[in-house]
Write a protein that binds this ligand. Sequence first.
Ligand SMILES: Cc1cc2nc3c(=O)[nH]c(=O)nc-3n(C[C@H](O)[C@H](O)[C@H](O)COP(=O)(O)O)c2cc1C
Ligand SMILES: [Fe+2]
Ligand SMILES: [Fe+2]
Length: 393
Amino acid sequence: MRKDKGGAMIMKITDSVLYVGVNDRDIDLFEGQYAVPHGVSYNSYIILDEKIAVMDSVDARKTEEWLDNLAAALNGRKPDYLIVSHLEPDHSGSIQAIARQYPDMKLVMTAKALSMLPQFAGQALAARAAAVKENDTLSLGAHTLRFFTAPMVHWPEVMVNYEESEKLLFSADAFGKFGALDTDESWLSEARRYYFNIVGKYGSPVQTLLKKAAGLDIRVICPLHGPALSENLEYYIGKYQVWSSYAPEDQGVLVAYGSLHGNTAGAAKYLAELLKFQGANVFLADLARDDMALILAEAFRFDKTVLACSTYDGNFFPKMEDFLLHLKAKAFQKRRVALIENGSWAPMAAKCMKSYLEQMKEITLCENTVTIKSTVSEENKAQLAELAKELLA
Ligand SMILES: Cc1cc2nc3c(=O)[nH]c(=O)nc-3n(C[C@H](O)[C@H](O)[C@H](O)COP(=O)(O)O)c2cc1C
Ligand SMILES: [Fe+2]
Ligand SMILES: [Fe+2]
């Protein structure tokens, strides 16, 4: 990484391909809802050759910093092309600014993106944009970009771009991760949370993209968020294979509870302890207090989920409903689920939870559903032990 005099941050991907993206540590919620305690990066790259291509712009929150990075990388030259992989504002938010700064620069994108461009960057820019289709190439000199459409990874206009001479895959939102680039954390947890919350609904389009990628010799994956990946690529691609097929990644149990006065929470903790004691990998989560996006990612990670919930006004604890809505929206499927409910006079929570689970594909309910009446009884403890046995059978 190098900082020039003006403070621009540039990293080498290869001798002629530089990272010119930006970290955003000030944003409170990504896409208006996801907590990013370590920020997020909006990645952009530049390929320096006879012709110069800039790979994507960044969120409007960081336009100036990005243009400074670009200017430093360009070192007096001018870009010939802006390659637009994705029009979501975290990547298209600075298109107008770069187009103003470099009036001779052309824009390159899919036909679908071209049709949507005016919505994000005004009418005038369409005249400077060219549409590319599957397998088209663009020669920059020694470097050649080959374009592959990737519809619904994670918008319809998306493409990924493969640079043939250095074997770089510019993968759009795929293989992205939350967290600014200078965050010291492992890739897996924040990449999983990113995948299931941002791209998770689109497993089948991701599988299509992975099939295309399998035909390429890839040395470095350059995503639009998070670090460029240059080692052990089978590991990352393997994770994406598992995630996009909705198969569980690990054996284990998410125990997620919504509790008004703590008794349902107590039952969930009791079950979690029983499961752990028997060697299970358990993630215990409070739906009212813990990060919903992380809990959702853990539900996808494991093969089993236990939902424990209080009855609330003839219905169920709203945070549980919220969680089930999130799971449904992200196409949660192919999992075993167990239910624990609590109610003081007419318990309803299990029925309510079931009505949501029935709308999901290939959910297998456990035979044991535990009903608690206000406080956890000795009988309930025995039922929870039975449930633990069923879950681990
Ligand atoms: C605001 C509120 C509404 C409730 N509505 C119902 C209800 O409609 N039916 C019922 O059986 N219990 C109802 N209860 C009782 C709780 O469901 C029950 O006491 C609770 O599940 C105990 O578990 P907890 O300590 O985990 O909250 C209600 C409790 C509260 C505080
Ligand atoms: Fe996106
Ligand atoms: Fe993005």
